[in-house]
Design a protein around this ligand. Structure first.
Ligand code: FES
Ligand code: FES
Length: 228
């Protein structure tokens, strides 16, 4: 009966998890996806927080997690990144994206993670003045580059003209895409973009707004270009 095949997504996931995590003949060391991810997260946490944990007297992490963190630390490489005018000396796993580095290592959460696949523009930052989807770029590719995030272009009481225009034109709803939209717009206004709304729309086609605030976003960009 059809009913036999109807399962909630959760049930399906759980079943897949069980299938993946079930020990296989000849593969005694196989990890489940959930277990692997939890170890990976714990490794990142342990790597970044270990000096803090060591000095704060927090409960010790398990040996297994320490071993995983130690292996991750062994592969880390030193790099200096210049973000918003400040140099940061870091040791990073070479697979760390620029987006994760900004958010997790440098505590700059203004840059958002939407799709993490280069398809939404929420993670837009500037590298040497040009727009970059930070989820598609490895942090270790940027020694010596001038990286700018939303935190670096304006602040309360001293907003960038594009930020002010977004506020005046009500160019956001949930706000999740907004930092990416603003970073994109700031760069667009330095590019050879035509004068019409359609030109602006084309120039910013990589920045998706799930709330559909596009008319107000275009109005804000057009307004800001008159002040810059
Ligand atoms: S999070 Fe980078 S493009 Fe969507
Ligand atoms: S304002 Fe909500 S996604 Fe753009």
């Amino acid at each position: 009966m059809a009913k036999d095949f109807v399962e909630s997504p959760t049930a399906t996931c759980d079943r897949q998890e069980e299938q993946v995590s079930a020990p296989e003949q000849g593969s005694p060391g196989r990890l489940s996806r959930r277990s692997f991810l939890s170890h990976l997260g714990a490794a990142g946490l342990a790597t970044t927080a270990s000096p803090l944990l060591a000095s704060s007297g927090a409960a010790p992490v398990s040996e297994e997690i320490q071993e995983t963190a130690s292996k991750a630390a062994q592969g880390a490489i030193p790099i200096t990144l210049k973000v918003n005018g400040t140099e940061h000396r870091l040791r990073l796993d070479p697979r760390t994206t620029l987006l994760d580095c900004l958010r997790e290592n440098l505590n700059l959460p203004g840059t958002k993670k939407g799709c993490d696949h280069g398809q939404c523009g929420a993670c837009t930052v500037h590298v040497n003045g040009r727009r970059v989807n930070s989820c598609l770029s490895f942090a270790v590719m940027h020694p010596g580059d001038e990286i700018t995030t939303i935190e670096g272009i304006g602040e309360p009481g001293h907003l960038h003209p594009v930020q002010s225009a977004f506020v005046e034109h009500d160019a956001f709803q949930c706000g999740y895409c907004t930092s990416g939209q603003i970073m994109s717009a700031v760069a667009v206004l330095k590019e050879p973009v035509g004068p019409t709304d359609e030109d602006v729309k084309q120039a910013m086609y990589g920045n998706i707004c799930r709330c559909g605030a596009y008319p107000n976003i275009i109005a804000a960009v057009q307004s800001a270009r008159k002040r810059i």
